[in-house]
Design a protein. Sequence first.
Length: 615
Amino acid sequence: MSRPIEDYALIGDCQSAALVASNGSIDWLCLPRFDSDACFAALLGGPEHGHWTLAPSGAIRKTTRRYRPGSLVLETRHETDTGVVVVVDFMPLRGEEPDLARIVICEQGEVSMSLELVLRMGYGNVVPWVHREDGMLEAIAGPDLIRLTSPIPTHGENLTTLAEFVVRAGDRVPFVLAWFPSHTKPPTQGIDVEQALLETDAFWTDWSSRCNGHGPYSEQVRRSLITLKALTYAPTGGIVAAPTTSLPEVIGGARNWDYRYCWIRDATFTLYALMDAGYVDEAAAWRQWLLRAVAGTPSQLQIMYGIAGERRIPELELDWLPGYEQSRPVRIGNAASNQLQLDVWGELMDAFHLSREVSIASSDDGWSLQVAQVSYLETIWHEPDEGIWEVRGPRRPFTHSKVMAWVALDRAVKAIEIFGLEGPLERWRACRDAIHATVCREGFNAKRHSFGQYFGSEEVDASLLMLPLVGFLPADDPRILGTVRAIEEDLLQDGLVRRYRPITAVDGLGGHEGVFLPCSFWLADNYLLQGREAEARALFERLLGLCNDLGLLAEEYDPVAKRLVGNFPQAFSHVSLINTARNLRHVYGPASHRASQSSPQRTKAGTKDDPLRRP
């Protein structure tokens, strides 16, 4: 049975990632890429579906863990009756192929250790052919060859690899798991583990030391940025939403999705988080990934793509996996990639607008592509869609979708007005104004004094918190004040924000879900816009308290069960943390860093006091 989601740590090499539990078990690993088949899938089943446990064999009095400061190198410290041992886990910077390294270090006394390795390719379904020779184990199945090397002899039992050994004070025992294409001849020499540790730690500490973040939440921001970097696929610059699939939004439920892909929706938030922290190269790489991914016919724009820009992401169910705590089905791929979601045009144009403002691209770079996208949006913005939450019910005229269509036209207009680019200015102004008028007329419910989830609806939706953040209406507009009030009344659970009230007729799914953490950060941003600074800080610090002991957040939180749920760690949650922390820094930091009293925070809307903000 898998551990609680918050019990896991992330290690990675910016091309793939593993989840390591505090008991020393690696329960999730996909090689060679984030979206490859898992060779350890115990996270979604049991030990028989693949894991690698390395821990003391006897009783453990106390276990603590940490990341090395500013690093993604994990240290898990076990205190036993006979001694103290530390297991160091990391994925070295990739050479030709990926490696996962573990070093057992005895700090004092002596400790008996045990190793158990179960390799199952194809998400726990394929039993590989295994052979051992000269202290080395190789497992082969289909395209995969996985090799374990160590100075400790191993033996097999029912296709499980086992080892027992004793470490004494000062001992350092290395283990390396390496992946190779099975059709190649792997090199006879593996990596130098100690040198790889030095280089990996130096890489992360050097990278994180460049962070511009400061203020009362600098350490939480730095950890979130390291997590975001770890979720970046270095060869292309794409950033996966999470390294996992099918971690449930409610334990035992069916809302289980594959998040190992790149969402257009995350674009502007991510760009801003990276740019504000000083990571210009990463922001530029993400922008270039966007340009390449969306290139082509505008009518074929997708909401998400593979990490190299792949368009085909067919959704399948893996019936041999019982799911995380019996949460079925287990899915790979994501059928939402074929949905119509109008908001992605807004996020796309907003991202390109920001990139021009912060000079990570020339003004006209990719402009012809943007003109084509906006021109196509002019013809379809009035259509119903599946909306930001990727509902699997009927298409509807979701209010947030229309607002983001307005954002796309607004940013296109500004590209002409501010940056002097060529385009049909008057036509786009007219279309922008028409969308705005339509949303205010049909999306606002006078009875509730609030915007509705979709045109004609009395239900509210947390995505409506975006209206002032993108500059659609001022935060002190009575319609926005009423909308925030309605969200507080309908969607708050234990002080945190649900995305919407699950209604099967709307989202096409049964059951319920946890509170959605990014939406709770958006509410804090709205509080700041409204001058409710104490409430914003209280909510933000409540959200920080939901991070696990290593500073990691999932997509959602279950206020009843008091545990994280959803895919983990979630890039969107960490990006939202970074941006809200920055907003609070402007409010509570030194006077030289304060924004204007009328608009005290950094949001996507922008103010004249913040050169990174969009107007």
